[in-house]
Every structure is written in structure tokens, then in C-alpha cells.
Design a protein around this ligand. Structure first.
Ligand SMILES: Cc1ncc(COP(=O)(O)O)c(C=O)c1O
Length: 373
């Protein structure tokens, strides 16, 4: 066994799901498990969530067909929506594996229609969710062209419009004006569709920030990623539900060395001891996603005490200054997680390198085995 691991606390995943379920009432819940469930391991996460009976997610979402394929090939039969539209090369995956496609242009429709006519085993229509761009300017048919597009799609016999969705650009900011503008663009479209008797299917918009702060965005279903994994999306949202981080990163002390005042540590000699001290090394580095930018900024918990990271983080190894503490080779090190009453979170690391916890958990590489507890 590798001496460093990312530990995935499934009971915390369940806790977060139940908190979200409580908040959204009867609405449906989509678990966003793209990017290997934000680094937590999509197959294991989905298999676990699927055991939660009446609380299990109604849908799962991934970004790419390959991610959906991985879930299907591991035996997962639940409903999976793919955020990225299918291309000619992978459209057969949608049919073969009963995936829900995102569409927002005529091209996406043509690709799926061709795949439908080429695929001999089909007996069902293709379920689609239409993505509407209400201001994110990333994916989706623009809100002012969406009515015509949806009307056109609703007339094509190969498809079932199972849902229509949009995505918020800054629901996690304190100022929600732009989110309300996006929501009103979306709602106006839906009113028009209903007036014209076009059935939109499930409506969804809210991400984690929407769930925390904006009940008016819940519609028929919410789509959560980061909150499911235990983090608030920004420091400007409310903390209207309690969340528990799901991933911790742990390792062990592999060396202990005494250095004198004036001696330096690691590449580039960016740390100089101001007194005689003990330096321990831990076998986690930037190749594991413990970012080099954390150099001289991070902390670790060893035997329940907090110690400063010192010197440049190297590819496989990181050093900590443990002063004159009685730390020994083999002692447990927590880089993200809790020990006794102290904790280090992905948010702590994110702040040190000016990013968000999403990037920290997604960035923990596969070299660290995931251990599910
Ligand atoms: C379309 C879409 N919906 C929902 C989410 C989930 O967002 P969050 O992790 O902030 O809950 C994402 C993530 O980026 C997304 O791309």
C-alpha cells in the first residue's frame, strides 16, 4: 500500500446529500459527478449514492461521453445526463448506453438523428435536455433564440424533450442581480413554451450556490457538485446548510532530520531555519496534486498539532517544520482533513494558492489511492 492516500468519507457524502435533500424538499436532485466526481472517484461515489434508496440522486451528470461510459461499464444503470453535446464519433455511445444528451444547435440534432438511424438496436426515442444560455456565454442556445429552437426540436419524432436547463454565471456572488436576470430570461422562455403548448420536461438551473441561497431557482430539479463533496462554492454564499468535507488526504512521516539555525530546506533554498529545529518529510508532492504554489504556505496536522510546511514542495515530497516536537518516522500526517479538534480543508489550501476547493479536490491525482471508508 502506498503510504499516502485520499480517503473518501462516504458517511459525509450521505450527510451532505441529506442536507441538500432537506433543503430542496420534493424537487429532484442531480448529482454532478463529472471530473471523476470532483476527484472523489465517480464509479465508487455513484455506486454508493445508488444504495441510498429513496434519497438516491434522481440523475447523475458528467461532462463527456467517456465519463458516462466509465459509469455504464462498471454496471451503473441510473439516469446519466452528459453536459457536453455528442459528436459524430461518439454519438453511438448515447444510444448504446441509454444516456441523456444535451443539445443546443441543429448540428447536435443532426448528429443524434444520424446515429439513431444507423443504430440497429434502438427501440426507444433519444432523451434530450436542451441547454439554454441565459448569460454564462459558454454552452447553450441563446435565450432569445431558444423558443424557435425548442419548437423545432419538439417536432422531431426521434427525440423526447426530457428537460430544459440553464447554468448560472455567478450565483455564488453576494450580489445576485445577474442570477435573477438569468432566471427571469429562463422563466420567460418557459412561460412562452407553455403558452404554445410545448412541453419542456424537467426544468433545472440551480447549482450548489443556488441551493444555498436562492430557493426561487430550484424549479423541478437542482444540480449539485461541490456541496455534495462538502464545500461551499465561495466565501460569499450563505452557509444555509451544514456540509462536511468528503475527501481527506493523509500520509506519514518518512524522515526526521535536525537542522541548525541558518540551514535551508529544499530546492532554491526558500526556507531558512531561524533556530535549531526538526524537519520532517512526507511522501506527497505536486505530482499528487499537492500544489507547488503551496510552498511555505500550507500546514499539516501531525499527532493532532498544526505544523508549517517549509521550503519548496517537490514532485514527490514535502517538508514540514516540527520544531522540537516528538514526531517520529511513521507518524500519521493529515494534509487535508481532521485530527482531534483541528482541521485543514480544501478551502485552506485553495486560499493559499488563490483558487477554489473544486480545483484542489479535482487536482488530487490518481497516484494517491482512493480509500473509501
Ligand atoms: C452545468 C453544470 N451544472 C451544475 C454544476 C455544479 O456546480 P457546483 O459544483 O457549483 O454545484 C456544474 C459544475 O460546474 C455545471 O457545469
Amino acid at each position: 500500500m502506498h503510504s499516502s492516500q485520499a480517503v473518501i468519507h462516504l458517511s459525509n457524502l450521505k450527510f451532505n446529500l441529506l442536507q441538500i435533500r432537506k433543503k430542496i424538499g420534493q424537487r429532484k436532485f442531480m448529482a454532478v459527478v463529472k471530473a471523476d466526481a470532483y476527484g472523489h472517484g465517480a464509479v465508487k461515489v455513484v455506486k454508493y449514492l445508488d444504495t441510498l434508496e429513496k434519497n438516491k440522486p434522481d440523475f447523475y451528470a458528467v461532462s463527456f461521453p467517456s465519463e458516462a461510459l466509465e459509469l455504464r461499464q462498471s454496471g451503473i444503470r441510473s439516469r446519466i445526463i452528459v453536459f457536453d453535446p455528442f459528436e459524430k464519433e461518439n454519438a453511438h455511445i448515447c444510444l448504446k448506453h441509454n444516456l441523456i444528451a444535451t443539445v443546443f444547435s441543429k448540428r447536435h440534432i443532426d448528429i443524434l438523428k444520424t446515429a439513431f438511424s444507423n443504430y440497429s438496436n434502438h427501440n426507444k426515442k433519444i432523451k434530450i435536455h436542451i441547454k439554454v444560455d441565459t448569460g454564462m456565454n459558454r454552452l447553450g442556445v441563446n435565450y432569445d433564440k431558444a423558443y424557435d429552437y425548442i419548437k423545432y426540436v419538439s417536432g422531431i419524432k426521434e427525440f423526447i424533450i426530457d428537460g430544459i436547463y440553464t447554468h448560472f454565471a455567478e450565483a455564488d456572488s453576494k450580489n445576485k442581480n445577474f442570477t435573477f436576470l438569468q432566471l427571469s430570461r429562463f422563466n420567460k422562455l418557459i412561460i412562452k413554451l407553455r403558452t404554445e403548448k410545448i412541453k419542456p420536461g424537467l426544468l433545472h438551473a440551480a447549482n450548489s450556490a443556488g441551493v444555498l441561497d436562492l430557493p426561487e431557482t430550484y424549479l423541478d430539479m437542482v444540480r449539485c457538485g461541490i456541496s455534495l463533496y462538502g464545500y461551499y462554492p465561495s466565501n460569499e454564499t450563505s452557509e444555509s446548510i451544514k456540509l462536511k468535507p468528503v475527501m481527506s488526504v493523509r500520509s506519514i512521516v518518512t524522515t526526521v532530520k535536525e537542522i541548525e539555525k541558518g540551514e535551508t530546506v529544499s530546492y532554491g533554498r526558500k526556507f531558512t531555519a531561524t533556530k535549531r529545529t526538526k524537519i520532517v518529510s512526507v511522501p506527497v508532492g505536486y505530482a499528487d496534486g499537492y500544489r507547488r504554489g503551496l510552498s511555505n504556505k500550507a500546514k499539516a496536522l501531525i499527532n493532532g498539532k498544526v505544523f508549517n510546511q517549509v521550503g519548496i514542495v517537490t514532485m514527490d515530497r514535502t517538508m514540514f517544520d516540527v520544531g522540537n516536537s516528538n514526531i517520529k518516522v511513521g507518524d500519521k500526517v493529515i494534509l487535508i482533513g481532521k485530527d482531534r479538534n483541528k482541521s485543514i480543508t480544501a478551502w485552506d489550501l485553495a486560499k493559499a494558492v488563490n483558487t477554489i476547493p473544486y480545483e484542489i479536490t479535482c487536482g488530487i491525482t490518481k497516484r494517491l489511492p482512493r480509500i473509501y471508508v
